[in-house]
Design a protein around this ligand. Structure first.
Ligand SMILES: Nc1ncnc2c1ncn2[C@@H]1O[C@H](COP(=O)(O)OP(=O)(O)OP(=O)(O)O)[C@@H](O)[C@H]1O
Length: 282
C-alpha cells in the first residue's frame, strides 16, 4: 500500500506536486493525465529517485527515507528500457538481479521464473540486439519482476506496441497482479479500460481523482452526444468535440456537453469520455 501525505515537489519555480494526498491499495491502477502534468514526477518520487520537498510517502507502513532509493522493493519499468545489445536476455536479468541484491543461490531460478512469466523462456540466450520492440519491453517487465516485488510501476508500457503485443501485456498483467499493487502510467485510455480495475486521473499536481471504471464513466453520464456535423453551434452550454465518425455516408461528431441537449442522440459513456469530462471540465 502507498500513502502520499501532503507531498510537494518543485522544479525551479514550478510546483509539479503540490500538497498532494493519495492512497493506493492492492490492484491494477491506470495513471492517466495530460502531458506534463506530473505523472513521471509522481512515479519518480514514489521510487525515491526524486527527493520530495515536503510531505511523506509511506510504502507498506514504512516512511520513505530520502537517502534510500526504493528501486529494490519496487519493480520499475521506465519509459525507455534499453540495454547493452551484446548481452543475452539472461545476462541482462543477471545484471539486474545483482543490482537488486538477489542472492547467488536463487539467481538462476529467479531468472528462469521471470523469463517464463513474460514468455521469453526460450530466448534465454538471445541477444538483446536481436529482440523485437515488444520482446524488449517484455524483458523490461521481467527485469521489474525480479525479486518478486509487491509493488510494480510501469511507465508507458504499451507505447509503440502492436495490438498482439498489447494483448500479451494485458495477459501478463492479469497473471501477476494478484496480491500486488501495479501502477501503469499511460496515455492510452483504451488500455487502461482493458487492463486496470482502478483509475487515477491526475488533474493537477494537487488533485488526483480516483475511482473504478464505472465511477469514471459516470462523470460523463448523459453528457455524451452524437450529433450531425454542422449542428455543433446548436449545442447549449460548454462543449468538447471528442471525435468525428462517418456512418452511412454521413459525418457525426461525438461531443461532450455540459447541459442536456435537444439535438442528437445520448450515448453511454466510455472511460475515455469520463476522463475527458474530468480533464476538460465539461
Ligand atoms: N528533472 C526536471 N527538471 C526540471 N523540470 C522538470 C523535471 N522533470 C519534470 N519537469 C517538469 O515538470 C513538469 C511535469 O513533468 P512530468 O515529466 O512529471 O510530466 P508527465 O505527466 O509525466 O508528462 P508526459 O505525459 O509528457 O510524460 C513538466 O513541466 C516538466 O517540464
Amino acid at each position: 500500500m502507498i500513502e502520499m501525505k501532503s507531498v510537494s515537489k518543485t522544479f525551479g519555480k514550478k510546483k509539479v506536486l503540490d500538497n498532494l494526498y493519495l492512497t493506493i491499495d492492492k490492484g491494477v491502477y491506470g495513471l492517466l493525465g495530460p502531458n506534463g502534468i506530473g505523472k513521471t514526477t509522481l512515479i519518480r518520487s514514489i521510487l525515491g529517485l526524486y527527493d520530495i520537498d515536503d510531505g511523506e510517502i509511506i510504502i507498506d507502513g514504512k516512511i520513505m527515507d530520502s537517502n534510500k532509493k526504493n528501486t529494490g522493493m519496487i519493480g520499475y519499468l521506465p519509459q525507455q528500457f534499453g540495454m547493452f545489445k551484446e548481452l543475452t536476455t539472461a545476462e541482462v536479468l543477471e545484471y539486474f538481479s545483482i543490482l537488486k541484491g538477489i542472492c547467488a543461490r536463487d539467481l538462476k531460478k529467479e531468472i528462469v521464473r521471470c523469463l517464463s512469466v513474460v514468455n521469453l523462456q526460450h530466448d534465454r540466450k538471445t541477444l538483446v540486439g536481436a529482440l523485437s520492440g515488444g520482446m524488449l519491453r517484455r524483458l523490461g517487465i521481467a527485469q521489474a519482476l525480479l525479486g518478486d516485488p509487491k509493488l510494480l510501476i510501469f511507465d508507458e508500457p504499451t507505447a509503440g506496441l502492436d495490438p498482439e503485443e498489447r494483448m500479451r501485456f494485458k495477459d501478463i498483467i492479469a497473471s501477476i497482479s494478484k496480491d500486488r499493487t501495479v501502477i501503469i502510467s499511460t496515455h492510452i485510455v483504451q488500455d487502461v479500460d482493458v487492463i486496470c480495475n482502478h483509475i487515477l486521473i491526475m488533474k493537477s499536481g494537487s488533485n488526483i481523482i480516483q475511482g473504478t471504471k464505472e465511477e469514471i464513466r459516470s462523470f460523463a453520464r448523459e453528457k455524451v452526444y452524437r450529433i450531425l456535423c454542422g449542428d455543433q453551434d446548436k449545442i447549449s452550454g460548454k462543449r468538447y468535440i471528442e471525435n468525428i465518425e462517418e456512418d452511412g455516408g454521413t459525418n457525426y461528431y461525438k461531443v461532450l456537453c455540459s447541459d442536456r441537449q435537444k439535438i442528437g442522440t445520448v450515448l453511454s459513456p466510455t472511460v475515455e469520455d469520463g476522463y475527458m469530462s474530468i480533464i476538460k471540465e465539461v
